[in-house]
Design a protein around this ligand. Structure first.
Ligand code: NDP
Length: 241
């Protein structure tokens, strides 16, 4: 694939930021989105490739549509969409869970991903090329205590990816679901709402994946020859049961 444009959601930290660095080293133009503009601006300054920043909340459908309509001409043909923005909150047993947490996870991990995909996809099908990489999780197929709503949002991402791939058959567009296990990012800090001791205890006894590990995988998947589609890729720390 020629070097073109990659749109990465959730690019202000973790996997998204690492993906931005991965593609920048290889000369891609980048559209970086998240809510924290300062983080995106700092990252853009380091990257040394053309970057368009979209500060937005993926839960806000109108904001997503407006931002995507406003992409400058130079960046307007998105070749790769990395639907990565997402989070877990609480992860308490279902009978103790906070309904607001469930709603935020559904709105971000499911609806945000749908808003982005629906708006970007027609350009890809019209150009008869493109790649959508959705960030699922092993939580989408492996039950664990407290994984209830979060795991279900990631099961949605996995099945949506399969169905999407059916819909775009014959258009040249590729679709991949990546399902990582435990990775050390800001994910746990967000899950525990800033309680840093609890967050770092998540990784006790396990050498977790790094954001760079996931970026290597996302990048590798998208640089396969255009006739090769990696449908689903699950990756876990060696020590994670
Ligand atoms: P981080 O918390 O480091 O990154 C999450 C990113 O998502 C941030 O850039 C954040 O940006 C963005 N984001 C969250 N909510 C919104 C929103 N409403 N609108 C726009 N952007 C948003 O975590 P990771 O990098 O680990 O997570 C990335 C993805 O990987 C998520 O989908 C997560 O579910 C998934 N995942 C993570 C695993 C892990 O162990 N770390 C394992 C499996 C999957 P900002 O706050 O600036 O908006």
């Amino acid at each position: 694939m020629d070097k073109k444009t990659v749109l990465i959601t959730g690019a202000s930290s973790g996997f998204g930021e690492a993906c931005a660095r991965w593609y920048a080293v290889r000369g891609f133009s980048l559209i970086l989105s998240a809510r924290r503009r300062d983080r995106l601006e700092r990252l853009a300054e380091e990257l040394g490739v053309p970057v368009h920043i979209m500060q937005l909340d993926v839960r806000d459908r109108k904001a997503v549509e407006k931002a995507l309509d406003g992409i400058p001409e130079d960046f307007s043909s998105v070749d790769i969409l990395v639907n990565n923005a997402g989070l877990a909150l609480g992860l308490l047993p279902a009978h103790e869970a906070d309904m607001d947490d469930w709603e935020v996870m559904v709105d971000t991990n499911i609806k945000g991903l749908l808003y982005m995909t629906r708006k970007i996809l027609p350009g890809m099908t019209a150009r008869r090329r493109g790649h959508i990489v959705n960030m699922g999780s092993v939580a989408g197929s492996w039950p664990y205590p407290g994984g209830n709503a979060y795991g279900a949002t990631k099961a949605f991402v996995e099945q949506f990816s399969r169905n999407l791939r059916c819909d775009v058959q014959g258009t040249g567009v590729r679709v991949t679901n990546i399902a990582p296990g435990m990775a050390e990012t800001e994910f746990s800090l967000v899950r525990f709402k800033g309680a840093s001791e609890k967050a770092s205890a998540t990784y006790d006894g396990v050498k977790a994946l790094t954001a760079a590990d996931i970026a290597d995988i996302v990048g590798w998947v998208t640089l396969q020859p255009e006739h090769v589609n990696i449908n689903h890729l699950e990756v876990m720390p060696t020590q994670q049961a």
